[in-house]
Design a protein around this ligand. Structure first.
Ligand code: ADP
Length: 259
């Protein structure tokens, strides 16, 4: 089973959720959302009850990744019932608000929207709620990290220097608010040519691992740049749902065990 042992979530509305873990990246487009969804499914494959909260207001991609359609239904009082996909509970800003509206929101509005997503959704009993954070280290991210009782944060980065500089800022932000960085995942680590089988380090290689060692945070593993992963994501049927015990599925599961 996963080893996640950090302090459990204590925030009142989340009393029924054992761990809230943020998945963050310094910059966009590094595969944070893709990793969140597949990691959630890996935890589920290991027997955990898992929810995914898409707090990436600027580019909510969880609905696409999980093939969520329609609107969530109302629960008791003012609560909303989470949507369901592949055995996960899920809620996204993207199914509630027009992303173009949210684009122009300022920090406090973003924060109150996210707080509502956490407290007004009837998550029920969960072992883990993974929060797909907005990229970057602005006020909204800081407020989210401060305002929720996080068990920790997972940082996703490509091996590229540019992404790593931003990832480092992310870790510094979490340190500042006493949130443990549970580990770094290197995404798009290398590309294996499907024709000739040779491996290419398109964004460089090993950067995130070296950085993790330098910062003294756990390195959770490296994910390849994979066409199958990308097309499964675009089709709304994550690779972990399609092939949980394939090479990628096992990689995600090993990461979930290491956290
Ligand atoms: P972020 O949440 O960091 O903005 P996404 O998860 O939305 O990033 O990923 C950005 C794009 O890269 C998407 O099209 C996604 O399918 C693709 N992608 C992410 N990780 C991989 C990977 N390991 N291999 C191939 N494509 C990937």
């Amino acid at each position: 089973p996963p080893k996640l042992t950090a302090a459990p979530a204590k925030t009142k509305p989340l009393a029924s959720v054992r761990h809230v873990v943020a998945v963050a990246s310094g910059k966009g487009g590094v595969g944070k959302s893709t990793t969140t969804v597949n990691l959630a499914l890996a935890f589920r494959a290991l027997g955990w009850r898992v929810g995914v909260l898409d707090a990436d207001i600027y580019g909510p991609s969880i609905p696409t990744l999980l093939g969520l359609t329609g609107k969530p239904t109302k629960g008791q009082g003012r609560s909303l019932l989470p949507m369901q996909a592949y055995g996960l509970k899920a809620m996204s800003m993207g199914v509630l608000v027009d992303p173009e509206t949210a684009m122009v929101w300022r920090g406090p509005m973003i924060m109150s929207a996210i707080t509502q997503l956490i407290s007004d959704v009837a998550w029920g009993e969960l072992d883990l709620l993974l929060v797909d954070m907005p990229p970057g280290t602005g006020d909204a991210q800081l407020a989210l990290a401060q305002g929720t009782d996080l068990s920790g944060a997972i940082i996703v980065s490509t091996p590229q220097d540019l992404a790593l500089v931003d990832a480092r800022r992310g870790i510094a932000m979490f340190n500042k608010v006493n949130v443990t960085t549970l580990g770094i995942i290197e995404n798009m680590s290398q590309f294996i040519c499907p024709d000739c089988g040779s491996s290419h380090a398109i964004f460089g290689q090993g950067g995130a691992q070296a950085e993790a060692m330098r910062l003294g945070v756990p390195f959770l593993g490296a994910l390849p740049l994979s066409m199958a992963l990308r097309s499964a994501s675009d089709a709304g049927r994550p690779i972990l749902a399609r092939d949980p015990d394939g090479p990628l599925g096992l990689l995600y599961q090993s990461m979930a065990r290491t956290v």
